[in-house]
Write a protein that binds this ligand. Structure first.
Ligand SMILES: Nc1ncnc2c1ncn2[C@@H]1O[C@H](COP(=O)(O)OP(=O)(O)OP(=O)(O)O)[C@@H](O)[C@H]1O
Ligand SMILES: [Mg+2]
Length: 210
């Protein structure tokens, strides 16, 4: 069934590799055991994140936020098979010299629109950094929703925005311009934007003066 191919990424919690799944270009995302956690807890956490990811990838797509289709779920093997999307993560496109600033602003505006739609649909992402957004030259797609939630509170919305801001600050010297574009996209589609942006600002203040 799954024909293993190249290795894509190894994060703290998941291992992502390319494979052909019944002839469809796919990636397999495996959540390996963490031996420092008690076994029971570890299994529950891993399963929980897989189930959350499956549910939120679907809910986000229904809310008009593109996400990869889930091709298979293997709970015994703690893995998920997703359609493999073309494109590059935004990390590669927003760094210094990666492209004209106007193009980077346009990308950030679209990224903000995606998060605005997600929040308007009462979904938070939970780990929104530029490496979890793919650009194929036409479309942006959101990845990695395993830390997201349904019916998020204001704090969770603020954290999503705060993470984007921190990530842009690390990626680019033009972060203020890129953030402005991001926020414009976000505000354009999410009626609750004022409140969540204010909360993000409070979070920033709390961290700074902690
Ligand atoms: N469907 C996909 N198509 C193409 N590339 C993908 C796909 N899913 C993931 N990738 C690539 O693999 C990388 C890691 O995937 P992902 O962000 O889902 O996992 P992770 O960050 O390791 O996991 P987590 O944070 O949930 O523990 C992505 O940044 C992206 O480059
Ligand atoms: Mg990721």
């Amino acid at each position: 069934m799954g024909q293993a191919r190249g290795f894509l990424a190894e994060g703290a919690e998941a291992r992502v590799s390319e494979e052909d799944f019944l002839g469809v270009p796919a990636v397999r995302k495996v959540r390996p055991e963490k031996s420092y956690r008690p076994e029971d807890l570890d299994r529950r956490l891993r399963l929980g994140r897989i189930r959350t990811e499956v549910r939120l990838l679907r809910d986000a797509r229904r809310a008009g936020v593109p996400t990869p289709l889930v091709l298979d779920v293997d709970e015994e093997g703690f893995s998920l098979v997703l359609e493999r999307l073309p494109g590059r993560p935004l990390t590669e496109l927003l760094g210094p010299g990666a492209g004209p600033l106007s193009e980077q602003e346009a990308l950030c505006g679209r990224w903000g629109t995606l998060l605005g739609r997600l929040h308007a649909a009462r979904i938070s992402h939970g780990d929104l950094t530029a490496s979890n957004v793919l650009w194929d030259g036409d479309h942006l797609t959101l990845l990695d929703l395993s830390l997201g939630s349904r019916e998020p509170d204001l704090e969770e919305l603020g954290i999503d925005l705060h993470l984007v801001e921190e990530d842009l600050n690390t990626l680019s010297a033009e972060a203020p311009r890129l953030l402005q574009a991001f926020r414009a996209g976000y505000e354009g589609v999410f009626p609750g934007a004022r409140e969540s942006l204010t909360r993000a600002q409070e979070i920033r203040g709390r961290i700074r003066y902690a």
